[in-house]
Design a protein around this ligand. Sequence first.
Ligand code: GYE
Length: 317
Amino acid sequence: DSPASGDKSASKSDGASSGDLIVVGFSQVGAESDWRTANTESMKSTFTKENGYELIFDDAQQKQENQIKAVRNFIQQDVDYIVIAPVTETGWDTVLQEAKEAGIPVIIVDRMIDVSDDSLFTAWVGSNFLQEGYDAVKWLAEYLEKNGRKDEQINIVTLQGTIGSSAQIGRTDGFAEKMAAYPNWTMLEKQTGEFTQSKGQEVMESFLKSYDDIDVVVAENDNMAFGAIDAIKAAGKTCGPNGDIIIISFDAVAAAFDAMIEGTMNVSIECNPLHGPRVAEIIKKLEAGQTVDKLQYVEEGVFPAETAAEIKPTRAY
Ligand code: GYE
Protein backbone atom coordinates (compact mmCIF):
# COMPACT_ATOMS: atom_id res chain seq x y z
CA ASP A 1 0.00 0.00 0.00
CA SER A 2 1.41 3.31 -1.09
CA PRO A 3 2.13 5.90 1.55
CA ALA A 4 1.26 8.57 -0.97
CA SER A 5 -2.47 8.50 -0.67
CA GLY A 6 -4.81 9.50 -3.46
CA ASP A 7 -7.13 11.06 -0.89
CA LYS A 8 -4.75 13.92 -0.36
CA SER A 9 -6.84 16.42 -2.20
CA ALA A 10 -9.42 15.88 0.54
CA SER A 11 -6.94 16.73 3.26
CA LYS A 12 -5.87 19.74 1.26
CA SER A 13 -9.29 21.23 1.00
CA ASP A 14 -10.62 20.63 4.47
CA GLY A 15 -7.39 20.70 6.47
CA ALA A 16 -6.39 18.89 9.62
CA SER A 17 -9.37 20.10 11.63
CA SER A 18 -11.66 17.74 9.77
CA GLY A 19 -9.58 14.83 10.99
CA ASP A 20 -7.76 14.50 7.71
CA LEU A 21 -4.03 14.10 7.67
CA ILE A 22 -1.57 16.78 6.59
CA VAL A 23 0.67 15.22 4.00
CA VAL A 24 4.37 16.01 4.33
CA GLY A 25 6.96 14.89 1.78
CA PHE A 26 10.40 14.82 3.38
CA SER A 27 13.52 14.51 1.26
CA GLN A 28 16.30 13.37 3.58
CA VAL A 29 20.02 13.55 2.70
CA GLY A 30 20.80 9.92 3.49
CA ALA A 31 21.95 7.82 6.41
CA GLU A 32 25.61 8.85 6.51
CA SER A 33 25.99 9.57 10.22
CA ASP A 34 24.60 9.14 13.74
CA TRP A 35 23.44 12.74 13.48
CA ARG A 36 21.43 11.90 10.38
CA THR A 37 19.88 8.84 12.03
CA ALA A 38 18.78 10.98 14.98
CA ASN A 39 17.38 13.57 12.58
CA THR A 40 15.40 10.98 10.62
CA GLU A 41 14.09 9.50 13.84
CA SER A 42 13.02 12.94 15.07
CA MET A 43 11.10 13.58 11.83
CA LYS A 44 9.50 10.13 11.73
CA SER A 45 8.39 10.22 15.35
CA THR A 46 6.92 13.70 14.94
CA PHE A 47 5.07 13.30 11.65
CA THR A 48 2.90 10.37 12.67
CA LYS A 49 -0.75 9.59 11.98
CA GLU A 50 -1.48 10.10 15.68
CA ASN A 51 -0.15 13.63 15.36
CA GLY A 52 -2.26 14.25 12.27
CA TYR A 53 0.32 13.70 9.54
CA GLU A 54 1.05 11.41 6.67
CA LEU A 55 4.81 11.37 6.11
CA ILE A 56 6.28 10.42 2.76
CA PHE A 57 9.95 9.82 3.50
CA ASP A 58 12.64 9.67 0.84
CA ASP A 59 16.31 8.82 1.48
CA ALA A 60 18.47 10.43 -1.25
CA GLN A 61 21.64 8.47 -0.45
CA GLN A 62 23.67 11.69 -0.36
CA LYS A 63 22.81 12.53 -3.98
CA GLN A 64 21.13 15.79 -4.95
CA GLU A 65 19.74 14.32 -8.17
CA ASN A 66 17.77 11.86 -6.03
CA GLN A 67 16.46 14.74 -3.94
CA ILE A 68 15.28 16.58 -7.03
CA LYS A 69 13.48 13.45 -8.20
CA ALA A 70 11.87 13.06 -4.79
CA VAL A 71 10.67 16.67 -4.76
CA ARG A 72 9.17 16.23 -8.23
CA ASN A 73 7.34 13.14 -6.96
CA PHE A 74 6.02 15.09 -4.01
CA ILE A 75 4.75 17.78 -6.37
CA GLN A 76 3.07 15.16 -8.53
CA GLN A 77 1.42 13.64 -5.46
CA ASP A 78 0.27 17.12 -4.50
CA VAL A 79 1.51 16.91 -0.91
CA ASP A 80 0.60 19.69 1.52
CA TYR A 81 4.18 20.53 2.49
CA ILE A 82 7.59 19.71 1.11
CA VAL A 83 10.42 19.48 3.63
CA ILE A 84 13.98 19.22 2.34
CA ALA A 85 17.21 18.53 4.20
CA PRO A 86 19.42 19.55 1.26
CA VAL A 87 22.69 17.79 0.48
CA THR A 88 24.34 20.85 -1.02
CA GLU A 89 23.46 24.54 -1.03
CA THR A 90 23.25 25.19 -4.76
CA GLY A 91 21.18 23.69 -7.56
CA TRP A 92 17.68 24.18 -6.14
CA ASP A 93 16.23 27.04 -8.19
CA THR A 94 14.46 25.05 -10.90
CA VAL A 95 12.77 22.41 -8.80
CA LEU A 96 11.72 24.89 -6.12
CA GLN A 97 10.23 27.08 -8.82
CA GLU A 98 8.15 24.05 -9.81
CA ALA A 99 7.00 23.61 -6.21
CA LYS A 100 6.12 27.27 -6.04
CA GLU A 101 4.07 27.06 -9.20
CA ALA A 102 2.25 24.08 -7.74
CA GLY A 103 1.48 26.18 -4.67
CA ILE A 104 3.21 23.85 -2.22
CA PRO A 105 5.10 25.50 0.65
CA VAL A 106 8.70 24.35 1.07
CA ILE A 107 10.44 24.17 4.44
CA ILE A 108 14.22 23.71 4.50
CA VAL A 109 15.72 21.92 7.46
CA ASP A 110 19.31 21.44 8.70
CA ARG A 111 21.60 22.64 5.87
CA MET A 112 20.78 25.84 4.01
CA ILE A 113 20.11 26.47 0.33
CA ASP A 114 21.50 29.20 -1.87
CA VAL A 115 18.76 30.39 -4.22
CA SER A 116 18.43 33.57 -6.26
CA ASP A 117 14.86 34.14 -5.06
CA ASP A 118 14.09 33.84 -1.33
CA SER A 119 10.39 33.31 -1.98
CA LEU A 120 11.28 29.80 -3.23
CA PHE A 121 11.14 28.58 0.36
CA THR A 122 8.89 29.50 3.25
CA ALA A 123 11.21 28.90 6.20
CA TRP A 124 14.48 27.33 7.27
CA VAL A 125 15.45 25.81 10.60
CA GLY A 126 18.95 24.60 11.38
CA SER A 127 22.33 25.35 12.91
CA ASN A 128 24.78 28.21 12.71
CA PHE A 129 27.60 26.24 11.11
CA LEU A 130 29.95 29.21 10.85
CA GLN A 131 29.59 29.74 14.60
CA GLU A 132 30.44 26.07 15.12
CA GLY A 133 33.71 26.65 13.25
CA TYR A 134 34.42 29.71 15.41
CA ASP A 135 33.69 27.68 18.55
CA ALA A 136 36.22 25.04 17.50
CA VAL A 137 39.02 27.62 17.19
CA LYS A 138 38.08 29.24 20.49
CA TRP A 139 38.20 25.87 22.23
CA LEU A 140 41.58 24.99 20.69
CA ALA A 141 43.17 28.34 21.55
CA GLU A 142 42.07 28.03 25.16
CA TYR A 143 43.16 24.40 25.37
CA LEU A 144 46.65 25.13 24.03
CA GLU A 145 47.00 28.06 26.39
CA LYS A 146 45.94 25.97 29.40
CA ASN A 147 48.45 23.30 28.43
CA GLY A 148 51.33 25.72 27.99
CA ARG A 149 51.47 25.17 24.22
CA LYS A 150 50.22 28.49 22.96
CA ASP A 151 53.53 29.48 21.35
CA GLU A 152 54.26 26.06 19.82
CA GLN A 153 54.02 25.32 16.12
CA ILE A 154 50.64 23.54 15.75
CA ASN A 155 49.96 21.39 12.68
CA ILE A 156 46.35 20.75 11.78
CA VAL A 157 44.54 18.51 9.29
CA THR A 158 40.83 18.69 8.50
CA LEU A 159 38.42 15.95 7.51
CA GLN A 160 35.77 17.92 5.70
CA GLY A 161 32.15 17.02 5.28
CA THR A 162 30.36 16.73 1.95
CA ILE A 163 31.80 19.54 -0.16
CA GLY A 164 29.23 22.22 -0.86
CA SER A 165 27.01 21.38 2.10
CA SER A 166 26.36 24.17 4.60
CA ALA A 167 27.74 22.07 7.43
CA GLN A 168 31.04 21.72 5.55
CA ILE A 169 31.17 25.31 4.30
CA GLY A 170 30.40 26.87 7.69
CA ARG A 171 32.73 24.67 9.70
CA THR A 172 35.62 24.98 7.23
CA ASP A 173 35.24 28.73 6.71
CA GLY A 174 34.57 29.51 10.37
CA PHE A 175 37.70 27.62 11.40
CA ALA A 176 39.84 29.24 8.67
CA GLU A 177 38.62 32.73 9.49
CA LYS A 178 39.38 32.52 13.21
CA MET A 179 42.60 30.54 12.96
CA ALA A 180 44.12 33.43 10.99
CA ALA A 181 44.66 35.09 14.39
CA TYR A 182 47.16 32.33 15.31
CA PRO A 183 50.19 32.57 13.01
CA ASN A 184 51.80 29.53 14.62
CA TRP A 185 48.92 27.28 13.50
CA THR A 186 49.32 25.63 10.09
CA MET A 187 46.60 23.85 8.16
CA LEU A 188 48.58 21.04 6.53
CA GLU A 189 45.72 19.69 4.45
CA LYS A 190 41.94 19.50 4.14
CA GLN A 191 40.13 16.65 2.43
CA THR A 192 36.56 15.42 2.38
CA GLY A 193 35.54 12.29 4.27
CA GLU A 194 31.91 12.69 3.09
CA PHE A 195 30.68 12.75 6.71
CA THR A 196 31.11 8.95 6.95
CA GLN A 197 33.20 6.90 9.36
CA SER A 198 34.76 4.70 6.66
CA LYS A 199 35.81 7.61 4.43
CA GLY A 200 37.04 9.51 7.49
CA GLN A 201 39.26 6.58 8.38
CA GLU A 202 40.57 6.27 4.84
CA VAL A 203 41.48 9.96 4.56
CA MET A 204 43.09 9.94 8.00
CA GLU A 205 45.22 6.95 6.98
CA SER A 206 46.53 8.92 4.03
CA PHE A 207 47.17 12.01 6.18
CA LEU A 208 49.19 9.87 8.60
CA LYS A 209 51.28 8.57 5.71
CA SER A 210 51.94 12.09 4.42
CA TYR A 211 52.68 13.83 7.73
CA ASP A 212 54.41 12.57 10.84
CA ASP A 213 53.85 15.77 12.81
CA ILE A 214 50.06 16.15 13.06
CA ASP A 215 49.03 17.88 16.30
CA VAL A 216 45.32 18.38 15.67
CA VAL A 217 42.58 16.69 13.65
CA VAL A 218 39.48 18.71 12.93
CA ALA A 219 36.77 16.24 11.92
CA GLU A 220 33.69 18.02 10.59
CA ASN A 221 31.46 15.40 12.18
CA ASP A 222 31.71 12.75 14.89
CA ASN A 223 31.53 9.76 12.57
CA MET A 224 34.59 10.90 10.61
CA ALA A 225 36.32 11.47 13.97
CA PHE A 226 35.57 7.85 14.92
CA GLY A 227 37.18 6.74 11.66
CA ALA A 228 40.17 9.01 12.30
CA ILE A 229 40.60 7.61 15.82
CA ASP A 230 40.68 4.07 14.39
CA ALA A 231 43.29 5.13 11.81
CA ILE A 232 45.44 6.79 14.50
CA LYS A 233 45.28 3.69 16.72
CA ALA A 234 46.16 1.47 13.76
CA ALA A 235 49.18 3.67 13.04
CA GLY A 236 50.41 3.07 16.60
CA LYS A 237 49.70 6.62 17.74
CA THR A 238 47.41 7.93 20.44
CA CYS A 239 44.84 10.69 20.57
CA GLY A 240 42.59 12.54 22.99
CA PRO A 241 43.39 14.48 26.18
CA ASN A 242 46.43 12.32 27.06
CA GLY A 243 47.46 11.37 23.54
CA ASP A 244 49.71 12.57 20.71
CA ILE A 245 46.93 14.09 18.60
CA ILE A 246 44.11 16.41 19.61
CA ILE A 247 40.70 15.46 18.17
CA ILE A 248 38.14 18.20 17.58
CA SER A 249 34.76 17.10 16.30
CA PHE A 250 31.23 18.30 15.60
CA ASP A 251 27.69 17.00 16.36
CA ALA A 252 28.07 15.69 19.95
CA VAL A 253 26.17 12.46 19.34
CA ALA A 254 26.04 9.82 22.09
CA ALA A 255 29.02 7.85 20.73
CA ALA A 256 31.14 11.02 20.84
CA PHE A 257 30.49 11.22 24.57
CA ASP A 258 31.64 7.59 24.83
CA ALA A 259 34.84 8.48 22.94
CA MET A 260 35.45 11.45 25.23
CA ILE A 261 34.82 9.34 28.33
CA GLU A 262 37.15 6.64 27.00
CA GLY A 263 39.73 9.40 26.36
CA THR A 264 40.18 9.37 22.57
CA MET A 265 38.31 12.59 21.67
CA ASN A 266 38.97 16.06 23.10
CA VAL A 267 35.85 18.00 22.28
CA SER A 268 32.66 17.88 20.26
CA ILE A 269 30.88 21.02 19.16
CA GLU A 270 27.16 20.41 19.37
CA CYS A 271 24.87 20.30 16.36
CA ASN A 272 21.28 19.55 17.26
CA PRO A 273 19.40 17.13 14.94
CA LEU A 274 16.02 17.12 16.71
CA HIS A 275 14.22 19.18 14.10
CA GLY A 276 10.94 17.23 13.87
CA PRO A 277 9.06 19.27 16.50
CA ARG A 278 10.52 22.51 15.10
CA VAL A 279 9.24 21.77 11.60
CA ALA A 280 5.87 20.72 13.05
CA GLU A 281 5.66 24.05 14.86
CA ILE A 282 6.24 25.88 11.58
CA ILE A 283 3.55 23.83 9.84
CA LYS A 284 1.12 24.41 12.69
CA LYS A 285 1.56 28.16 12.36
CA LEU A 286 1.19 28.07 8.58
CA GLU A 287 -1.98 25.99 8.92
CA ALA A 288 -3.34 28.65 11.28
CA GLY A 289 -2.52 31.32 8.72
CA GLN A 290 0.18 32.86 10.91
CA THR A 291 3.52 34.14 9.70
CA VAL A 292 6.70 32.30 10.60
CA ASP A 293 10.28 33.47 11.02
CA LYS A 294 12.09 32.90 7.76
CA LEU A 295 15.33 31.74 9.42
CA GLN A 296 15.45 29.91 12.75
CA TYR A 297 18.78 29.09 14.34
CA VAL A 298 18.99 26.41 17.02
CA GLU A 299 21.06 27.07 20.16
CA GLU A 300 24.03 24.81 20.65
CA GLY A 301 26.86 24.16 23.09
CA VAL A 302 30.47 22.98 23.24
CA PHE A 303 31.27 19.76 25.10
CA PRO A 304 34.88 19.14 26.09
CA ALA A 305 36.02 15.72 27.32
CA GLU A 306 36.26 16.77 30.97
CA THR A 307 32.49 17.39 31.07
CA ALA A 308 31.49 14.29 29.07
CA ALA A 309 30.76 11.85 31.91
CA GLU A 310 28.57 14.34 33.70
CA ILE A 311 26.69 15.51 30.59
CA LYS A 312 26.16 12.19 28.79
CA PRO A 313 23.09 11.05 30.80
CA THR A 314 21.30 14.29 29.90
CA ARG A 315 21.71 13.85 26.14
CA ALA A 316 18.75 12.92 23.93
CA TYR A 317 20.71 11.62 20.92
O1 GYE B 1 27.01 17.36 11.14
C1 GYE B 1 26.74 15.36 9.89
C2 GYE B 1 25.69 14.97 8.93
O2 GYE B 1 24.11 18.63 8.04
C3 GYE B 1 24.44 19.13 10.30
O3 GYE B 1 25.33 16.17 8.32
C4 GYE B 1 24.37 18.09 9.27
C5 GYE B 1 25.61 17.24 9.16
C6 GYE B 1 26.11 16.60 10.43
O4 GYE B 1 26.04 13.98 8.13
O5 GYE B 1 27.00 14.40 10.84
